[in-house]
Design a protein around this ligand. Structure first.
Ligand code: PRT
Ligand code: ZN
Length: 225
C-alpha cells in the first residue's frame, strides 16, 4: 500500500496520453511543477504527487496500491488485468471514470492484397500483437485456432517482414494500416483513457480529496460535450 499521506496519481510520462493527462490535472485545479524530468511531481496546492511512468506500468502500480489513482488506456488495463489474473496476483481496480481522450480500437488487419476475409481465414495463422492476452481471449471466444506473435512495437510491419500473417493492433485514424497496405477487420476492443483507483483505498483524507475532485471531473467532461 502507498504509505505516503499524499494522494499518488500515476500518469504516462511521455506518449499519447501525457499531454491530455497533464491538461486534465490542470483543469481539476491541481497545480504541478512538471518542468523537471523527474519521476515524481509534487503538487504545490494539494496533497497530491504525480508519478510519471510508462503506461504499461500504471495498472500494476494501482492494483498493488503503490499509487492510489492512475490514468491509462482501457486497452492496457484489460491486457494487464488478464495477465495478472492468469498469474493469480491482484488484478482488480475501481474504474472511476471514462475520460474523453485516448480513443482507439484494437482491431485485426491483414494484407490488403488478400481482399476481404472472414474469421475462418485466421485458422492456423500467426497474428502479431502487443496485446496477446486480449487477442488470445478473443480467439478462444470465436473458436479460432491461431497463434500469437508478441511484438512491443512496429506491429504493422510484421506481415511484410514475414513475421506474421496478420496483426491485431490499435487503430485511430487508420492511416498506419493504409500506409502499410493492411486491411482492417473486426474490432476486438474499443478503448478510451480511464481513471482507475486502488480498490482497497481506505485513507479517509485521500478518499475525501477524490470526492472533491470527482465533481470537478464531471464538470470538465460536461463542459466538453
Ligand atoms: O512509452 P510508453 O510505454 O508509455 O508508451 P507506448 O508507446 O506504449 O504508448 P503510446 O504513447 O503510443 O500510447 C498510449 C495509449 O494511447 C495507448 O495505450 C492507447 O490507449 C492510446 N492510443 C490512442 C493509441 C492510439 N490512439 C494509436 N493510434 N496508442 C497507439 N496508437 C498507435 C497504434 O499502435 C499504431 O501504431 O498509432 C498507430 C495507429 O494510428 P493511426 O492513427 O495511424 O490509425
Ligand atoms: Zn506502453
Amino acid at each position: 500500500m502507498s504509505n505516503s499521506n499524499r494522494l499518488r496519481i500515476a500518469i504516462q510520462k511521455g506518449g499519447r496520453l501525457s499531454k491530455d493527462c497533464q491538461d486534465l490535472l490542470k483543469q481539476l485545479g491541481v497545480k504541478l511543477n512538471l518542468r523537471e524530468q523527474r519521476l515524481i511531481a509534487h503538487s504545490t496546492n494539494m496533497p497530491i504527487d504525480v508519478l510519471r511512468v510508462r503506461d504499461d506500468d500504471i495498472p500494476g502500480l494501482v492494483m498493488d496500491g503503490v499509487c492510489d489513482l492512475g490514468i491509462v488506456g482501457e486497452n492496457v488495463l484489460v491486457e494487464v488485468q488478464a495477465e495478472r489474473e492468469r498469474q493469480g496476483v491482484p488484478s482488480e481496480v475501481n474504474k472511476l471514470s471514462k475520460l474523453d481522450f485516448g480513443y482507439c480500437r484494437l482491431a485485426l488487419a491483414w494484407p490488403q492484397e488478400l481482399g476481404k476475409q472472414d474469421k475462418s481465414w485466421f485458422e492456423g495463422k500467426r497474428i502479431a500483437t502487443t496485446y496477446p492476452e486480449i487477442l488470445t481471449q478473443y480467439l478462444k471466444r470465436e473458436g479460432i485456432n491461431a497463434s500469437t506473435v508478441m511484438l512491443t512495437g512496429s506491429v504493422e510491419v510484421a506481415p511484410r517482414a514475414g513475421l506474421a500473417d496478420a496483426i491485431c493492433d490499435l487503430v485511430s485514424t487508420g492511416a498506419t494500416l493504409e500506409a502499410n497496405g493492411l486491411m482492417q477487420g473486426d474490432t476486438i476492443l474499443e478503448s478510451n483513457a480511464c481513471l482507475i483507483q486502488n480498490k482497497d483505498l481506505q485513507d479517509t483524507d485521500k478518499l475525501a480529496l477524490i470526492n472533491k475532485l470527482m465533481p470537478r471531473l464531471r464538470g470538465v467532461r460536461q463542459a466538453k460535450e
